[in-house]
Each structure stands twice: as C-alpha cells, then as structure tokens.
Design a protein around this ligand. Structure first.
Ligand code: IPE
Ligand code: IPE
Ligand code: MG
Length: 253
C-alpha cells in the first residue's frame, strides 16, 4: 500500500504548523507490561509507531521530525534490554532505510558516536550518507543522545579552538555554542511532544527547546497514531509563542 509522499511544504506560509516537531517516544515498557508481554515487545511496537509517525509527519507538512530513540542514560538499563534496543535500531535501519530513501527522507543522527559498536556506527553513517541529497522531510534520530553530554562536548570543541588561538573568549556567544552542538544545521524544535504521561524532558534537547511548546500526552508510545499527532498539532496551533517579547496586540496596548 505504498504511495508517494506529499512534497508539499507549507510551514513558511502557515505559522500554525510547526516546522520542527521533536518527540520523546516514551512508554514502551508500560505498554508491554499492561499486556503481560516482555518489554522488548513494547519496543518492537514502538518501532512500528515510529514508521507511521514519520509518514504522518510528512503528510502534515512537517519539515523536521526529531525522535528520542536512546538516551545517554539508557545504558543504565539491564544489559539484555540495551542489547534489544541496539538490535531494534539495526533492524530499523536495515529494513527501512531503502524505503525512507525512496520517499525522500533525509536521515540525520545526533548524539555521541564514540564508543558505539562499530557496526552500529557504520549503519548510522550509511543512513546519513545514502539520504544526504533528500529533502521531503528530515528525520533526526537522537541516539546515545543526552543534552548535557552534547553541551559538554560543544564546550570542549570551543575550548580547543580557544586553546589553539583561533577563537577569542570574548567572541563566544549563543551562536558559537549553537554551532558547536550536534544540531548545528538543525532549526530549534517548535513543538516537543512526550508520550506516556511523564512530564519531564529527560535530558532531551535542553539547549534547543528553550522556547519550544511542550505537549504531554497520556498515551504510551506504541499507541501513538496520526490522530495523536494531529491533536498535538492542534494544541500547538492554539498556543501563543512570545519568545520573551510581547505579541503585536500586547505591544500596541
Ligand atoms: C521508551 O520507552 C523507549 C526508550 C527509552 C528507549 P521506555 O522503555 O522508557 O518505556 P517505559 O517508560 O519504561 O514504559
Ligand atoms: C527518555 O525516556 C528517553 C527516550 C525516550 C529514549 P526514559 O524512559 O529514559 O526517561 P525517564 O527515565 O523516564 O526520565
Ligand atoms: Mg520511559
């Protein structure tokens, strides 16, 4: 039942559609537990929800979709669960990369690459290289990602430039830091969605989400459908984004 993905991109004309949606895909384990299944079954169902969400996001005219797939703190889970999650990433890239590419999806990965198993690092590289010329939608996978780790790595890069004498400390500003993050070429998320009912960021896009609208939804990630996405987009459209300033109407009065 494959069909061509829409090429329409209307975010520039329509400010009520976020250009960049980021999702904390949470609740796989609880979804499985509620069904008397092992946690890995929840993660498998979560991959299916991800497939559908990439398609739904493209249908909605979203240009950037970032998904939190594995955090820098998720290594603290039992070895068997970490290995299940690594296995699922392998399967997702091996099985879905060709179709994502065919549909014009550009895949980018954020997170720490050093220390990953060599075959995983190679798959991540392959996904980025194969899809580098695509532009229908950008799928950013946050893998081995933590906001604090990302900012610390950025600080290290900046410090190296200062030590090498190519950057003066007084020239370091918000732009310098932004450009040293993994997200250097990625716009800030307009909307961050978290499923499962938890109301926290869990180290996701700490710098980039400074002015993002946050939507928390009670459903577990494997149950997330295009209607949930539509509902989150509706909430987003009803928000007033002020970025610390005043709305045009507020400024006038
Ligand atoms: C999200 O689901 C997937 C990852 C963190 C990799 P969880 O595994 O956190 O599921 P819950 O939160 O325990 O239900
Ligand atoms: C955040 O979920 C990480 C991902 C969704 C990949 P967690 O389940 O790891 O977060 P906490 O532990 O509930 O804060
Ligand atoms: Mg969780």
């Amino acid at each position: 039942m494959r069909r061509d993905w829409p090429s329409r991109r209307h975010e520039s004309e329509d400010m009520t559609t976020p250009a960049h949606v980021a999702i904390i895909m949470d609740g796989n384990g609880r979804w499985a537990k509620a069904r008397g299944l092992p946690r890995v079954a929840g993660h498998r169902a979560g991959v299916e929800a991800l497939r559908q969400t990439v398609r739904a996001a493209a249908d909605q005219g979203i240009s950037w979709l970032t998904v939190y797939a594995f955090s820098s703190e998720n290594w603290s889970r039992p070895k068997s669960e970490v290995s299940d999650l690594m296995g699922l990433l392998r399967i997702f890239i091996r099985r879905d990369l060709a179709e994502l590419h065919q549909n014009g999806v550009r895949v980018r990965i954020i997170g720490e690459r050093d220390g990953l198993q060599p075959d995983i690092a190679a798959l991540l590289h392959e996904a980025e290289a194969l899809t580098a010329g695509n532009s229908a939608i950008n799928l950013v996978i946050a893998f081995n990602y933590g906001g604090r780790d990302e900012i610390a790595r950025a600080a290290r890069k900046i410090a190296e430039r200062v030590a090498a004498g190519t950057l003066a400390p007084e020239d370091i500003d918000v732009e310098t830091v932004s450009a040293a993050l993994d997200t250097a070429e990625i716009p800030d998320p307009d909307l961050v969605i978290r499923t499962s009912g938890e109301m926290r960021l869990s180290n996701f896009l700490l710098w980039q989400a400074a002015y993002s609208e946050l939507v928390f939804m009670p459903c577990y990630w494997p149950d997330f459908t295009k209607s949930h996405l539509a509902e989150a987009l509706e909430q987003y459209a009803s928000r007033e984004r002020r970025f610390g300033g005043l709305l045009a109407s507020g400024a006038a009065s």
